[in-house]
Design a protein around this ligand. Structure first.
Ligand code: NAD
Length: 491
C-alpha cells in the first residue's frame, strides 16, 4: 500500500513515524488509497530549518522571475487538471464536476498570483525636505507556515502557496491528513515548474506538526484555514511569538428570501448552496430565512428538488451529491440531525444515513431540511458542515436581518429580492465578510478579496491584491541627495 511521503529540501522522504492513518474513499470505505504518516515534531522542525536556509536565496530572485515560475505551475495544473480532479473526487468525495470547478478557481488564483510578480510595487513619497524623497519596498517575511483543511484540497493550498512564493517567502505546507494524494499532485506542479529545492516543503501530520511549525523561529507568518477552535488556538500561539497570522475559520451562512423574490431562482440557489459539494464548502448555505408569504411555496419546491438529488460516488456519472468526507464527520452530521429533532425542529426531508445497497459502504447522508427552526437552536447556531439546512420563518425584513446576523460566524450570505431599497439596506447591515444578491452564497474570484467577520476570520483577508500585504512587510527608505548636513532642523 502506498505511504505518502513528505517533501523536504527538494526530496520526497519517508516519515520515520509509525503512526499512520488510512486514506479512505468516502464513497466506499473498503477502498483504501494509501496511508498518511503523522510525521514527527523533528521532521516538521527539519522542514522549517531547510525552508529558512532556502529563503536567503529565494528572496533575492527578482519578483517577476518568481512570478514566472508560479505561472508555469498554473500551466501544469491546467495540463494535469483531469488527474487532479479525479484524485479530489476519489479521496475527498466531491463530484468530478465540482472538482473541475475547484481546478478552475485554483488555476485562476495561481495565474493571478504569478502575474503579480510584475506588480509587487512600492510607492515613492514626496518629502518636505528639498532634494529628498522617500520610497517603500515590499520585502518577504521569511518562512510562511501554511495549514489547510480537506474540503478544498487544491484551491485553499494554492491560494496560500502561490502568493507566498511570489512575494519571496519560502513555505512549509501542512495539508489535511485526509487529502494526501491531491496534496502530492499539487506540490508536484510547483516542483516541476522550477521552484528551487528547500523553497517549498510539505509535511503530513496533525496538531504536532502544525504547532511545531508555528513555534519554529524561522517561521515568520502563519496562514490557516479550518475550524474556529483550531484557528483561534493557532492565532493565540502565533501572537505569543509576535508573528502575523491569518485564520479563515467556520461559517453558518444565511440566505434571506423576501416575499418579492423569484422563487425558482431562490430555490436553485439554496439547493446549490446547501447540497452542492455535500454542504462541505466553507461558503455553503446552512440557514435559509423565509418571509412567511413565500415560505410554503418555497419549501414545497425545495423539498421536491431535494427528493430528486441522486446520491453516489463523485467518480460516477449522473450523480448530484457525493458522500461526507469521513466517518468522524459523518457521525458529527448525524449527531446534529438528532439534536435538531430533540430541539423540536420539524424534519421536513431526509435526515438518515444511507444503509442499503452499494452506498451503505460509504458515508452517505440524505439531503436534510429542518423547518420551523428558531434562531437560538443549536442547529441554527453551530457549524455542522454537511448537507443539513435549517429553515427559519420570519414576519418582516427587519426580523430576517436580525436572524441572519444572530450568529457568531460571518463568512458569506445572500438575499433574494427585486427590491433595490431593501437590497442596499441589507448590504449595509449584513454582518458577513462577503455577500451575494440573487445568487448563491458560494464562490469568489481570484482577484477579489476573500474573508469573513466575527468568529470566521482573524487577520487580513486572502486572495485579491490584498493578500500580498500579508505575505510582505513594508520597508521605508529615506534618500537625501543634498549631500549637505542638516543644520538644526531635522524635520
Ligand atoms: P480543522 O480545524 O480540523 O483542521 C484544519 C487543519 O489544521 C488540518 O490540516 C489539521 O491537521 C490542522 N490542525 C488541527 N489541529 C491543529 C493544531 N492544534 N495546530 C495546528 N494545526 C492543527 O478543520 P477541517 O475539519 O480540516 O476543515 C473543516 C473546517 O474548515 C470547517 O470548520 C470549515 O468551515 C473550515 N473552512 C473554512 C474556510 C474559510 O475560508 N473560512 C474554508 C474552508 C474550510
Amino acid at each position: 500500500m502506498k505511504t505518502y511521503r513528505n517533501f523536504i529540501g527538494g526530496e520526497w522522504v519517508t516519515s520515520a513515524s509509525s503512526k499512520r492513518i488510512p486514506n479512505i474513499n468516502p464513497a466506499d470505505s473498503t477502498d483504501v488509497l494509501g496511508e498518511t504518516p503523522m510525521s514527527t515534531r523533528d521532521e516538521a522542525a527539519a522542514a522549517c530549518a531547510v525552508a529558512a536556509d532556502a529563503f536567503r536565496e529565494w528572496r533575492r530572485v527578482p519578483a517577476p522571475r518568481r512570478g514566472a515560475i508560479v505561472t508555469r505551475a498554473a500551466q501544469l495544473m491546467q495540463e494535469r487538471r483531469n488527474a487532479i480532479a479525479q484524485a479530489i473526487a476519489h479521496e475527498e468525495g466531491k463530484l468530478v464536476s465540482e472538482a473541475q470547478g475547484e481546478m478552475n478557481r485554483s488555476i485562476n488564483v495561481v495565474e493571478f498570483s504569478g502575474a503579480h510578480g510584475r506588480r509587487l510595487n512600492g510607492a515613492t513619497i514626496p518629502l518636505e525636505l528639498p532634494n529628498n524623497f522617500g520610497y517603500t519596498l515590499r520585502v518577504p517575511r521569511g518562512v510562511a507556515a501554511l495549514i489547510t483543511p480537506w474540503n478544498f484540497p487544491v484551491a485553499i493550498p494554492v491560494w496560500k502557496i502561490a502568493p507566498a512564493l511570489v512575494a519571496g517567502n519560502s513555505v512549509v505546507f501542512k495539508p489535511s491528513p485526509l487529502t494526501p494524494e491531491t496534496s502530492e499532485l499539487v506540490l508536484q506542479c510547483f516542483i516541476d515548474a522550477g521552484v528551487p529545492a528547500g523553497v517549498l516543503n510539505m509535511v503530513y501530520g496533525d496538531a504536532d506538526v502544525g504547532t511545531t511549525m508555528i513555534d519554529h523561529p524561522g517561521v515568520k507568518c502563519v496562514s490557516f484555514t479550518g475550524s474556529t477552535p483550531t484557528g483561534m488556538a493557532i492565532y493565540e500561539r502565533a501572537a505569543r511569538r509576535g508573528i502575523p497570522a491569518q485564520c479563515e475559520m467556520g461559517g453558518k451562512n444565511p440566505v434571506i428570501v423576501l416575499e418579492d423574490a423569484d422563487i425558482d431562482l431562490a430555490v436553485a440557489g439554496v439547493m446549490a448552496g446547501a447540497f452542492g459539494s455535500t454542504g462541505q464548502r466553507c461558503t455553503a448555505t446552512s440557514r435559509v430565512i423565509l418571509l412567511h408569504p413565500v415560505a410554503d411555496a418555497f419549501l414545497e419546491r425545495l423539498v421536491d428538488a431535494a427528493s430528486k438529488l441522486r446520491l453516489g460516488s463523485g467518480l460516477a456519472e449522473n450523480v448530484a451529491m457525493g458522500p461526507i468526507v469521513s466517518e468522524a464527520q459523518l457521525q458529527r452530521v448525524l449527531e446534529y440531525i438528532d439534536i435538531g429533532k430533540h430541539e423540536g425542529a420539524e424534519l421536513l426531508y431526509g435526515g438518515k444515513r444511507v444503509t442499503t445497497g452499494a452506498l451503505s459502504k460509504g458515508y452517505f447522508v440524505e439531503p436534510t431540511i429542518f423547518d420551523r427552526v428558531r434562531p437560538e437552536m443549536r442547529i441554527a447556531q453551530e457549524e455542522i458542515f454537511g448537507p443539513v439546512l435549517a429553515v427559519i420563518r420570519v414576519e418582516s425584513f427587519d426580523e430576517a436581518l436580525a436572524a441572519a446576523n444572530d450568529s457568531q460566524f460571518g463568512l458569506t450570505s445572500s438575499i433574494y429580492t427585486r427590491d433595490a431599497l431593501r437590497m442596499f439596506r441589507y448590504i449595509d447591515e449584513i454582518e458577513t465578510g462577503m455577500t451575494h444578491v440573487n445568487s448563491p452564497t458560494l464562490g469568489g474570484e481570484a482577484q477579489v478579496p476573500f474573508g469573513g467577520t466575527k468568529a470566521t476570520t482573524v487577520g487580513p483577508t486572502e486572495q485579491g491584491t490584498e493578500v500580498f500585504d500579508f505575505y510582505t512587510e513594508t520597508k521605508v527608505a529615506y534618500i537625501d541627495y543634498t549631500g549637505a548636513k542638516r543644520e538644526g532642523k531635522l524635520y
